[in-house]
Design a binder for this molecule. Structure first.
Ligand code: 4AD
Ligand code: MG
Length: 445
């Protein structure tokens, strides 16, 4: 009996007979030879059908087998430098093959399809090797996130998805009917994390997050995954140190674990190898000066228009891209104007017009991957901010309590899984990092 194996482990079985269960990815023939690219979910291997070795009817059936036909085959593993595949370098000489289902016309062929068509067929598209690689990278990043936090003293505490109030502005809330009461899908778990740190010290939540942004950019999803660490007795400076350790670990670990996937995606990994602490830190004031200087020097009037910005405005994608371009690793921008940030951020001492916020901008145009801040720790300052943002105080009474019973300086951040995965993969659109993305345009399948 041949061992049933996974393609990712094939190197361990050189010279042996093995059984593989999978699907036909591609097939080409030449005379008495038929080359099948077979995938099993863990990789792709070249399987060779040689006519003289096989029953005539079986060889003919193999020749006609359609893309994505399901099959079980047994054959001998041999090393061959030239054999394509993931990991590649090995070939299976087919001895027997059972067709579970012969597929006639698989809708996604190796030719170019438009993105509309592919999104409509997302349930099938995820089998394509690029999509497969991206979703494996996503899983590796997710795993690295949890590993680093668990190993660094953070307790995973889950926060609710059905919430009574806003935390990141009222304009991006998805409303839900909650037993005749109005509720919203969580924009963040942060406020609950702030309660949790007073019980556990360092915590994180990691789960689906919802934003009803009517945004069509390549960086926005309506449903995405956010990891949110929160730390008691931590100021803005300490927060940045944690973030740079964390992000460096995510990148380096994924580089190690997903070598084949990144190669398949054609990712230039040298840019990722540089991602190590410390990351540069610039103030919002300096960022504005840098942008205005670049804007002045720009030859192209269109580019100039895109980069134009005044102190007090939030950055758009072109600003973030330009700022990140000026550094060789992710860059922290701290001290944003209070008016462009959420209500809970600690005011800057002596400069109430800015707050102790920090965003981390990824290189290569991927924009903000982390938003974070030191939180207000004084109850009266917080109550004033809630009023100023015209939020209903009765919804935040518990949140103010946290500042009345053992308040401490504390900070935290949120990192978007899809943006981080898109950056590491080096792909254009964030939607491909989600198995079934939800955007302004797509809710099917
Ligand atoms: O900057 P944001 O809105 O911060 C918060 O929600 C804070 N409460 C986090 C915290 O301090 N605990 O979002 C944080 C990150 C962004 O930097 C981005 O990576 C991701 O979440 N993100 C999105 N990703 C995809 N689509 C969207 N619409 C996103 N909005 C935010
Ligand atoms: Mg943000």
């Amino acid at each position: 009996m041949a061992d049933e194996i996974r393609i990712e482990d094939i190197a361990q079985y050189e010279g042996q007979d093995v059984t593989l269960k999978g699907w036909l990815y591609n097939s080409t023939g030449k005379g008495r030879l038929q080359f099948l690219q077979v995938r099993d979910g863990t990789g792709i291997v070249q399987a060779v059908a040689f006519k003289p070795d096989l029953d005539e009817a079986l060889f003919e059936a193999i020749k006609r087998l359609g893309q994505e036909s399901s099959l079980i085959m047994t054959g001998s593993v041999r090393q061959d430098e030239r054999a394509p595949g993931i990991p590649g370098g090995y070939e299976v000489g087919i001895k027997s093959l059972q067709v579970l289902q012969d597929v006639e016309e698989y809708p996604i062929t190796p030719k170019d399809h438009g993105v509309e068509f592919l999104m409509e067929n997302r349930h099938l598209w995820i089998r394509s090797s690029q999509q497969w690689a991206i979703l494996r990278v996503r899983a590796a990043v997710k795993r690295a996130i949890v590993d680093w936090l668990d190993d660094n003293g953070f307790l995973n505490v889950d926060t609710p998805i059905i919430t009574p109030s806003a935390a990141e502005g009222t304009s991006t809330l998805f409303e839900v009917d909650f037993f005749d009461d109005t509720a919203y899908l969580a924009q963040t778990g942060q406020l609950y994390n702030e309660a949790n740190i007073m019980a556990f010290g360092r915590v994180y939540c990691f789960g689906p997050t919802f934003r009803a942004e009517k945004s069509k950019t390549r960086r926005h999803l309506a449903e995405f995954w956010m990891v949110e660490p929160e730390i008691a007795f931590c100021d803005l400076e300490q927060l940045m140190e944690i973030e740079e350790q964390f992000v460096s670990y995510l990148v380096q670990t994924t580089l190690q674990k997903c070598r084949h996937e990144l190669e398949l995606l054609g990712r230039d990994t040298s840019a990722l190898e540089r991602i190590k602490p410390p990351f540069p830190r610039i103030s919002y004031d300096e960022a504005i000066q840098r942008l205005q200087a670049t804007c002045e020097k720009a030859d192209d009037p269109e580019q100039q228009e895109l980069l134009r910005i005044e102190w007090g405005e939030d950055f758009g994608a072109p600003h973030e891209t330009e700022l990140a371009r000026q550094f060789d690793r992710p860059v922290f921008v701290f001290g944003y104007p209070t008016q462009v940030k959420a209500f809970y951020m600690e005011p800057w001492p002596g400069r109430p017009e800015i707050c102790k916020s920090v965003d981390l901008l990824a290189p290569e145009g991927y924009g903000e991957i982390i938003g974070g801040s030191e939180r207000m720790s004084d109850p009266q300052v917080l109550v004033d901010a809630i009023h100023k943002h015209e939020l209903p105080l009765e919804h935040y009474r518990w949140y103010v309590d946290l500042r009345r019973y053992g308040s401490v300086p504390h900070s935290g951040f949120g990192l978007g899984l899809e943006r981080t995965a898109a950056w590491i993969c080096g792909i254009h659109h964030i939607r491909e990092t989600s198995p079934f993305p939800r955007t302004l345009k797509y809710m099917y399948p």
